[in-house]
Design a protein around this ligand. Structure first.
Ligand SMILES: [Ca+2]
Ligand SMILES: [Ca+2]
Length: 192
């Protein structure tokens, strides 16, 4: 049975799915009817941070152009340019046992490509969702629908996996920011 989370909610993956090894993290969204006159491309990115809250190295910033983590455990499955259709628009697969022991948190963000020049924000996005599935069998372990109106934000932290007492937990974060992907890179210490 899957657990639906509200903003700030937390769940223990090992409690919900004992023996869990491989997960699929699906992030979904739809552009609403507003015609922005330009392509509307949302991108999922992942930051692998240590206990200091910073990426272990720049290679621990995972996105469609750096799709696999140095430990090989986290793989971004590719860029979706439109978000059209229901369900997961961008997907990240994780082999939990293989995640580098120095990784304390796995942070899932979604940002709007070229948001500033295209004058776009999350107020033009509907049905934002993050969900975690057991790759073995495909059952949904937990999901979080971001139901706030992010009217000016261009970057959202959807959720985080974090270690606690040797097992993985998920937190529904839903925190919006105005400074795009560059803002997250700065926050988590990526030097690009
Ligand atoms: Ca994309
Ligand atoms: Ca969609």
């Amino acid at each position: 049975m899957s657990v639906s989370l509200s903003k700030g909610g937390r769940v223990s993956l090992s409690k919900e799915a004992p023996g869990l090894k491989n997960i699929i993290v699906g992030l979904g969204w739809d552009a609403n009817a507003t015609d922005t006159g330009a392509e509307f491309d949302l991108d999922a990115s992942v930051f692998l941070v240590g206990t200091d809250g910073k990426v272990l190295t720049d290679s621990h910033f995972i996105f469609y152009n750096n799709a696999t983590s140095p430990c090989g455990a986290i793989v971004h499955q590719g860029d979706n340019r439109t978000g059209e259709g229901d369900g997961d628009d961008e997907v990240i697969e994780i082999d939990l046992d293989k995640v580098d022991a120095a990784v304390d948190k796995i942070i899932f963000t979604v940002t709007i490509d070229e948001a500033e020049s295209r004058n776009q924000n999350f107020g033009q996005v509907n049905n934002a969702l993050i969900r975690i599935l057991n790759k073995d069998g495909g059952s949904v372990i937990t999901q979080y629908e971001l139901d706030e109106d992010y009217s000016s934000e261009t970057a959202i932290n959807f959720g985080e996996l974090y270690r606690k007492n040797g097992s993985w937990n998920f937190k529904a974060v839903g925190a919006g920011f105005n400074d795009g992907l560059a803002g997250f890179c700065k926050t988590y210490g990526v030097s690009v």
